[in-house]
Write a protein that binds this ligand. Structure first.
Ligand SMILES: NC(=O)c1ccc[n+]([C@@H]2O[C@H](COP(=O)([O-])OP(=O)(O)OC[C@H]3O[C@@H](n4cnc5c(N)ncnc54)[C@H](O)[C@@H]3O)[C@@H](O)[C@H]2O)c1
Length: 265
């Protein structure tokens, strides 16, 4: 996509073009950070949302240093007031939102029989209700513009299950269903809603689990992936870039599995 394609007229009617604004949650590290970097390269003004104070601003500064337009905001996506405050600040700083990428998530491991209600609620609250909070807070801007892209980052665990991750798999399956429902509800308003489903993406959080002995080495995992390697954040960002573009006005309610050929989903 060219920068020109990612621009809209300024709200005050002046000829000065304004970059489309893309919001990415969980954008300080990992896949979310790769998505933010890619959308900035595509010409979007990117609003990075992070939970740990200051981390999104630091990641945004890196994007600005590389020549992009970006700003960072602190918010826990499970907390609606924090999300609304961040989105208000984004509107004031960058303009109305055009693209929403709900990426923030926690991925704890716990056997189902030992899982507490608190653990269940925290995972659903972050991954699924956090997606609801983010999308609902931003969506009025997309409706107002008659153009928008909503992209949810789910997980292959929603397609094939995952032992000791029932709460996570359920939250990620909820995202798939939420995307389908929103796709048909907003189809006539120029808004597409799609899901990207990663699997086996080598990110710092995966590396942490590997170091703790909770998952196999990258080499061992690669043996079971048809393309012969783990994925990267850039692999996911490429799919998000496509879904955020003007090319996808007839693509909605779809699931793109970015998994090296591992699973049919
Ligand atoms: N890495 C993989 O192999 C893989 C596989 C399937 C799905 N995914 C999905 O991809 C996305 C990114 O995964 P990742 O590997 O980069 O993991 P990650 O843990 O590095 O990224 C998740 C980000 O979300 C943030 N976050 C967590 N809770 C939050 C909250 N309440 N409010 C705001 N931010 C919060 C974290 O701080 C982190 O930056 C997640 O949705 C994950 O479920 C990843």
């Amino acid at each position: 996509m060219t920068i020109a394609e990612a621009t809209v007229a300024a709200p005050d009617g002046t000829a000065e073009p304004q970059r489309r604004v893309a919001v990415v949650t969980g954008a300080a590290a990992g896949i979310g950070n790769s998505i933010a970097e890619r959308l900035a390269r595509d010409g979007f003004a990117v609003a990075l949302i992070g939970r740990t104070p200051g981390t999104a601003a630091a990641a945004a500064a890196d994007i600005v240093a590389a020549g992009g337009t970006a700003a960072g905001y602190d918010a826990d996506v499970a907390d609606r007031e924090q999300v609304d405050a961040a989105v208000e600040a984004i509107r004031a700083d960058l303009g109305p939102v055009s693209v929403v990428v709900a990426n923030a998530a926690v991925a704890p491991q716990q056997s189902f029989l030992d899982m507490t209600l608190d653990e269940w609620n925290t995972t659903i609250g972050t991954n699924l209700t956090g997606t609801f909070n983010t999308v609902q807070s931003c969506l009025p801007d997309l409706v107002e513009a008659g153009w928008g892209r909503v992209i949810l980052i789910s997980s292959s665990s929603a397609q094939r299950g995952a032992p000791r991750m029932a709460h996570y798999a359920a939250s990620k399956g909820g995202q798939l269903a939420l995307a389908k429902a929103l796709a048909v509800e907003f189809a006539r308003q120029g808004i597409t809603v799609n899901t990207v489903v990663p699997s086996s993406i080598d990110t710092p959080s995966v590396e942490k689990k590997r170091a703790a002995g909770k998952i196999p080495s990258a080499e061992d995992m690669a043996k079971f992936i048809p393309v012969g390697r783990m994925g990267t954040g850039a692999d996911i960002a490429g799919a998000v870039s496509y879904l955020a573009s003007d090319d996808t006005s007839y693509v909605t309610g779809q699931t793109i599995s970015v998994n090296g050929g591992s699973f049919i989903g």
